[in-house]
Design a protein around this ligand. Sequence first.
Ligand SMILES: [Zn+2]
Ligand SMILES: [Zn+2]
Length: 356
Amino acid sequence: MSFSIQEQLHHLDHIAEFQWKKMTEAEEHSTKPARQANGDVVAETSAVEDIFDDTYKEKEGPKPPIKIVWKNVILMSGLHIGALYGLLIIPSASILTLMWSVFCFLVSALGVTAGAHRLWSHRSYKASLPLRIFLAIANSMAFQNDIFEWARDHRVHHKYSETDADPHNAVRGFFFSHIGWLLVRKHPDVIEKGRKLELTDLKADKVVMFQRRYYKPSVLLMCFFIPMWVPWYFWGESLWVGYFIPGLLRYTLVLNATWLVNSAAHMWGNRPYDQNINPRENKFVTFSAIGEGFHNYHHTFPYDYATSEFGWKLNLTTCFIDFMCFLGLAKDCKRVSRELVLARVQRTGDGSHRTG
Ligand SMILES: [Zn+2]
Ligand SMILES: [Zn+2]
């Protein structure tokens, strides 16, 4: 009896997926996260919480009414007006201040991509205590809700992607999935499904819980005060420029870069790995969100630490994690094998797959 290459790949794909499921289920059912001798949690995974659940069905009948949260509308409008003003006064900033703004952009973006996303939401690698402390500080600089809340919402996003239970359901359009979801009350199913996640790994991570407890002061310090104070203290920039450029403008740019992953990368681009889901490969988003725009790949293989099969290409976050591994501060990066990727491409891709 002989099998075609396609059948063999298909078979391989199923075996690999099955083994992965078994692995994650075993991890899920180990009740206590592993601890090191010093009592520090070695972040074990709750990976099943971020795997798509096709058993969920949206409730029938009319959707609940949309309730606008006016406080958030006013804050977000004010922030964007402040950022626009920051853009206008760029010519009056010194070159050092502009370089500092780029630095703050990268640090805060890493706090989201390498931290809240790839480490804490997906457990795609393990990070030592010093690295987790750095990522938590960087995450406060990004001010996108604390790590615990961000990772919970993000697991719900993967598990119930493109349904009422998805916090930024892209089926509701670009505006809703980009920023609108933060301006209205959550759909009841988002709250219900979020509550059902156990999140034991996050609760057991002292760094995550510490950042949650001191979130407000840490944001005031890292997102607003430090970006403004450093240029004033070290090279005599005005506090005004420091507040509006490395402060508000940089903050707003990181926010929008992150939101583009939820909006643009769920709407525009190819689907080489799975054409049955909405997330897409979007180069512009990949560039602005330092590696997070390979979104069809990411939703297909959420446990891959690189969120792409192309390594460092347009993927500063993967470079950063690899560098941390080189320094001995990170380890156990999960990766999808080439065979599994190709098998999946054959089985569910849209035919646009290219190597490299
Ligand atoms: Zn997504
Ligand atoms: Zn994700």
